[in-house]
Design a protein around this ligand. Sequence first.
Ligand code: GLN
Length: 192
Amino acid sequence: MKIGVLALQGAFIEHIKMLRQLGFEAVEVRLPHQLDRLDGLIIPGGESTTIGKLASEYGLIAPLRRFARTRPTWGTCAGMIFLAKDIGIDEQPILGAMDITVDRNAFGRQIDSFETDLQIAGLAGAPFHAVFIRAPVVTAVEPGVDVLARLDDGRIVAVRQGRLLATAFHPELTDDLRLHASFCDIVKGTLD
Ligand code: GLN
């Protein structure tokens, strides 16, 4: 089983390290052909406008759309924005793979980074310590999308739609491997 991490910009090295800690083969993806033999893909946090721009320049938009239509894909933070169907901004390239609406600048300037403990559906044990950095939130989900976690004020910060997963925070900046393990379970499930 081999999992790729989109390595155009952002926190890709941290994801690779966590996948390797779990014992999985993990590779950096920068070019379309590098998607060919992957069983799953993580799109990291960073800056979604930059990721979108570089993905367009490298001819990755169509191959990434095809990939996300058929294989497990997980977007964290900027990756969540990139996976969404609607971000309310027409000029920014996105994959449109998940039936969610995302607000990019949900927390404005006054509280653009914070940490909080989240209850995440399907994760056993203690709450998940979540790091939010200029994070988005999901403002609407269509049928078929499961909400996995909300902030205390009700805003949605983790969702799953079949093989697709999106989290508004950065699990790769903690040492909690549980979300990476559950994504690897989704990937394994598609290979059985
Ligand atoms: N606000 C950033 C964006 O629009 C996302 C921030 C992050 O990935 N930590 O892409």
